[in-house]
Design a protein around this ligand. Structure first.
Ligand code: C2E
Ligand code: CA
Ligand code: CA
Ligand code: CA
Length: 277
């Protein structure tokens, strides 16, 4: 038994070693990605249900890896959150999204505001508002052209979260709660937070046509936002039927493959050009 325990320990130890080696490599590669500009942004349009106009673009990061090709965020953002690299990555995303939006404005494309995802670590930073203000100043982008997407896990420390949000709101940027419904935020705090919009998570939207529970949840979230005077957007909308359901229930906006997947810069520019008179 003793020997068995010993070998188990050996196995466990060597597994840990290779896991940590893998993480070390990934961390080094991510640092390189940052310093050699291997990151890029795609943008997914957000559409007003009533007018069918584009009212926003969500910036979504990708990693153009020299050997592995275009790596989706799901394969490196969770790790970046774990090792702390999410902070410099997030700052790059923020300033690149603002720079690009201003460039499109200057080119006469009249772009809608851009939404940027903030990780919890970024949101909790003490100088966050100062950093955001600096980026806006450096890029020349108006605060009203920027929306920050935070998740429910940012709101755990209610007092601190409220303070952070108030500071950001004073700066003039908009705040939305991403993946709404997947966290455990207390509904009573929702009216306390100075937020502009809820983004209903795609896991609820996916089955609204087949699962009465999901349909009820989505309908109630939309109704609640109406009472609280918040805007509401449904994520992951893929079909006409889902769109009709959301329209009937008075959802304000949609985002999803039905309207458009996240687009490369070229495609966004085509889209923006096409909607000019
Ligand atoms: P998210 O913020 O919830 O972004 C929406 C994700 O849903 C995107 O995946 C988008 O491509 C995908 N999606 C959009 N429409 C549909 C649809 O109709 N059906 C389905 N099945 N999926 C749809 P993506 O780009 O792979 O991003 C995944 C996640 O990575 C994001 O989820 C976000 O949590 C994170 N992420 C992406 N960029 C950043 C970033 O710059 N900073 C941070 N902190 N996280 C980011
Ligand atoms: Ca998001
Ligand atoms: Ca989301
Ligand atoms: Ca998500």
């Amino acid at each position: 038994a003793k020997e068995k325990g010993g070998s188990n320990y050996q196995l466990f130890n060597s597994q840990m070693k290779s896991a940590s080696l893998e993480k070390l490599t990934l961390e080094q590669e991510l640092r390189r990605a940052l310093s050699r500009s291997e990151l890029l942004l795609h943008y997914q349009p957000q559409m007003d249900i009533e007018t069918q106009r584009i009212v926003g673009f969500e910036a979504l990061v990708r990693w153009k890896h020299p050997e592995r090709g275009l790596v989706p965020p799901g394969q490196f953002i969770p790790f970046a959150e774990e090792c702390g690299l999410i902070v410099p990555i997030g700052e790059w995303v923020l300033s690149e999204a603002c720079r690009q939006n201003k460039e499109w404005q200057d080119a006469g494309y009249e772009p809608p505001p851009v939404s940027v995802n903030l990780s919890t670590r970024q949101f909790l930073q003490h100088n966050l508002t100062g950093r955001v203000a600096e980026v806006l100043q450096q890029t020349g982008l108006a605060p009203s052209q920027l929306e920050l997407e935070i998740t429910e896990s940012c709101t755990m420390e209610v007092e601190y979260a409220t303070e952070q949000m108030l500071e950001l709101k004073q700066l003039g940027v908009k705040i939305s709660i991403d993946d709404f419904g997947t966290g455990y935020s207390s509904l009573s705090y929702l009216k306390k937070f100075p937020i502009d919009k809820l983004k209903i998570d795609q896991s609820f939207v996916r089955d609204i046509m087949t699962d009465p529970n999901d349909a009820a949840i989505v309908a109630s979230i939309i109704a609640m936002t109406g009472h609280l005077s918040l805007k509401v957007i449904a994520e992951g909308v893929e079909t006409e039927e889902q769109l009709q359901f959301l329209h009937r229930n008075q959802c304000d906006e949609i985002q999803g493959y039905y309207f458009s997947p996240p687009l490369s810069i070229d495609k966004v520019e085509q889209l923006l050009k096409g909607r000019l008179p």
